[in-house]
Design a protein around this ligand. Structure first.
Ligand code: GLU
Length: 418
C-alpha cells in the first residue's frame, strides 16, 4: 500500500495539529512545552531464544506522554514500523483521546519492532514476557496500564498479566483487553469497532446520510475493521469494498461480511474471496462511497490520493490514517473527517470499564458495557459537534481542542510546574 509511514515523522505531524490548537486556545508557552514533551521514555533490548535455538534481539519501547488526568494508558503494538518516533506520536494521541472521552487516564504507547506473523506462538510468548519484565518498573494498575494495539491481542495481554504477576503478585488491572476468562471485560474485543459505529450513526444523521442505503468502503479487517464491518452489516449498512495489505474485494450488490471475516481469518487476507470481484488494494478509497473507513495503519490517505477519494465522509478508525496535507485537501473538498481520537476511542473507554471491574472485583453484563460505551461516545461526539457548529473549526480541530484543554487544566490545577 502507498506510503505506509516509514520516512515520515509521525511526531512532527502530531505537533502540527497540537500547535494549531495551542495557538487557538491560547495556552501559555510553558504549558505548551510541557504538553508536547513526553514525560518518560524507555527503550529496551529484548533477547529471545527462537524455536530453532538461535537468539534474536528485538527492540521495544514504552513512552509515557502525560499523566495529568490519571495513570498512563495505551496499547502495545507489535509491528516492524514501531519505532521511537511512531510510538512517541501515538502516546501523545492517547493523551488527547482519553481526555476527549473523559476517562481518568493519561496517555502512553508501547511498541516492539517485530512482525508478529513471522514468530511462533511460543516465540511471541517469550518475547512478550521479556518485554513485560523489562518495562515492569514503569507499569502497574495505578501507574501505566497497557492494552492491545496493532499486532497484539488478548493473548498478548494474558502473557503480560502473567509475567507482571510473577514478580508483583496477582494484579489483573495492570493490563486491559485481556481474555474474559482472566478478568477481561465482556464487550472489550468489539469495543473499538462498536464505538466507531456509534459515532458514524450520530454523524450520519447530522450529515443527512442514510445508513440503510449508504455505501461504505473499508481498509483493514483486523480487530477494529472486522468488528466495525460486522456491526455495520448487522445494522443494515452496505459495506461494498474491503481491502487489506495483500488484496481487496468488491461487491456492489451484497458483500457477505460474516463470510468475508471468516475467510480472512482462515487465509490471512481477503485476497481471493470468492464472493466478489478482486480489487487492487491501492484503489480501495477510489471506489465510490458515502463513507470511507481507514481501519489499518497510519498515513494511508495522503497528498497523493486525497484529491481522488470518492466519498462524502471519512471515518478514522485507525490511528492517524490521514496526513495533515491530506486533511487540508479534504477540507478544501468539503469532505468531513471524523478524527481518530474520537472514532476509535471505544477501545480505551471499555478498557476503562475493564480496569474498574478488576479493581472492584465485580463484573458487568455485555449490555451494561455497550450502553455505557454508547453514552460516553455520544457525549464526546456531541461536545465535538457543538464546538464545530459554534465556530469554523474542523471536527479534528474541535476534538483536539477539547482534549488538549482538559489536559492543560488538569496539569495546571495539579501544579505541575513549580
Ligand atoms: N490501542 C488502543 C488505542 O489506540 C486501545 C488503548 C487502550 O485500551 O488502552 O486506543
Amino acid at each position: 500500500m502507498a506510503d505506509q509511514g516509514g520516512e515520515r515523522s509521525a511526531q512532527a505531524d502530531m505537533k502540527v495539529s497540537f500547535d494549531l490548537v495551542a495557538e487557538r486556545i491560547g495556552i501559555s508557552d510553558g504549558m505548551r512545552k510541557l504538553l508536547i514533551e513526553p514525560w518518560r521514555e524507555l527503550r529496551v533490548a529484548l533477547p529471545v531464544r527462537m524455536d530453532d535455538g538461535h537468539v534474536e534481539v528485538f527492540v521495544g519501547y514504552r513512552v509515557q506522554h502525560n499523566a495529568a488526568r490519571g495513570p498512563y494508558k495505551g496499547g502495545v503494538r507489535f509491528h516492524p514500523h514501531a519505532n521511537a518516533d511512531e510510538v512517541r506520536a501515538l502516546a501523545m494521541l492517547m493523551t488527547w483521546k482519553t481526555a476527549l472521552v473523559d476517562v481518568p487516564f493519561g496517555g502512553a504507547k508501547g511498541g516492539v519492532m517485530v512482525d508478529p506473523h513471522q514468530l511462533s506462538a511460543a516465540e511471541l510468548n517469550r518475547l512478550t514476557r521479556r518485554y513485560t519484565n523489562n518495562i515492569q518498573h514503569l507499569i502497574g494498575p495505578h501507574r501505566d496500564i497497557p492494552a492491545p494495539d496493532l499486532g497484539s491481542n488478548a493473548q498478548t495481554m494474558a502473557w503480560m498479566m502473567d509475567a507482571y504477576g510473577q514478580t508483583n503478585g496477582y494484579a489483573p488491572a495492570v493490563v486491559t483487553g485481556k481474555p474474559v476468562e482472566i478478568g477481561g471485560s465482556l464487550g472489550r474485543e468489539a469495543a473499538t469497532g462498536r464505538g466507531a459505529m456509534y459515532v458514524l450513526q450520530a454523524a450520519a444523521s447530522d450529515l443527512g446520510i442514510d445508513l440503510q442505503n449508504c455505501r461504505i468502503v473499508l481498509q483493514g479487517l483486523g480487530n477494529v475493521g472486522s468488528w466495525f464491518a460486522r456491526i455495520a452489516h448487522e445494522k443494515g449498512a452496505r459495506v461494498v469494498a474491503v481491502a487489506d495489505h495483500l488484496g481487496g474485494v468488491y461487491n456492489d450488490s451484497l458483500l457477505d461480511i460474516p463470510a468475508l471475516v471468516e475467510y480472512s481469518k482462515a487465509h490471512g487476507s481477503v485476497a481471493g474471496f470468492p464472493g466478489g470481484t478482486q480489487l487492487d488494494p491501492e484503489q480501495i478509497f477510489m471506489v465510490e462511497s458515502d463513507v470511507a473507513v481507514p481501519a489499518a495503519i497510519e498515513n494511508v490517505i495522503n497528498e497523493s490520493n486525497a484529491s481522488k477519494i470518492q466519498t462524502r465522509l471519512v471515518l478514522e478508525a485507525a490511528n492517524h490514517p490521514v496526513t495533515p496535507e491530506a486533511d487540508a485537501i479534504l477540507k478544501e473538498r468539503n469532505i468531513p473527517v471524523l478524527p481518530d481520537i474520537l472514532v476509535n476511542a471505544g477501545g480505551v473507554v471499555v478498557s476503562y470499564f475493564e480496569w474498574t471491574q478488576n479493581l472492584q472485583q465485580y463484573s458487568w453484563t455485555e449490555t451494561q458495557v455497550n450502553e455505557a460505551l454508547k453514552e460516553r461516545m455520544l457525549r464526546a461526539y456531541n461536545a465535538v459537534q457543538s464546538l464545530v457548529k459554534s465556530s469554523d473549526r474542523t471536527l479534528r480541530e474541535a476534538a483536539y481542542e477539547i482534549g488538549v484543554e482538559r489536559v492543560a487544566k488538569a496539569a495546571e490545577v495539579r501544579g505541575f510546574v513549580v
